[in-house]
Write a protein that binds this ligand. Sequence first.
Ligand code: AMP
Length: 286
Amino acid sequence: MVVKIYRSARSLTKKVCDVKKQGKTIGLVPTMGFLHEGHMSLIRRAREDTDCVMVSIFVNPAQFGPKEDFKKYPRDFKRDFSLCEKENVDIVFAPKVEEMYPENYATYINVEKITDTLCGASRPGHFRGVATVVAKLFNITMPDIAYFGQKDIQQAVVIKKMAEDLNMSVRIKAMPIVREKDGLAMSSRNIYLNLEERMQAQSIYKSLKLAKELFDSGERDSGKIINKMRKVIDKQSEAKIDYIKIVDTKGLKDMKKISDEAFVAAAVWVGKTRLIDNIILRQRPK
Ligand code: AMP
């Protein structure tokens, strides 16, 4: 099957209307491209669940801070396109920046409170940019189901909240984190790491696994768990912790004592690359 590439929002929406008229369901996978197995897992799930699979590839300037890596973010459209073709994606939406944000663009979406913590605290304006572009993508593609990775757990929570608050009739599915063999969460940004940094980056998942081990053996004090995690990462010369937090899974509020369920989320600079990862802690049923 040949993948169709759309650059224009208007012509894609026209196509979407035709697809809907045929009674077909639409699955959307929003990405910034430079696709890896994490993205592919979302695409495969969309292929299983829905009739027409759309993948958007758009490096969204609105979610990058002025000193962040928008310009040097890795891009390889040809490779992305052939990966989509292999997975029988129906449509790739790859708009130019001017298509999404024409001159005098003025409308943004702010999801409050849950964006004040974690990456929202370290990257002011990031989730405003994410929510805005995802809302635009939802309006353009009118998906039945949209797929997000748990790797960006706060993003998935923010998008769910936005869809609920704004009565958007799309289901949001959050899919498990896909990891490299050594445990590092797959990310387009992993390409920035040199060999030494790549080794040291393993400490992030090691520390998250330690958190889970401690929780599973009965520890419920977040402070104690976080201290032990810090020690694992601080041993690495190139690693600098941005945050490690243990938060509740709905409101993302800090939990001093963990009850049945929590996210442990970490953001760590390894050299000049900021990596994020997380793990869920869940009490086993008795
Ligand atoms: P990005 O291109 O980084 O904006 O990611 C696009 C989507 O893929 C987001 O919903 C991410 O959460 C998801 N994603 C990125 N990395 C992974 C991974 N390692 N495992 C699962 N999903 C991922």
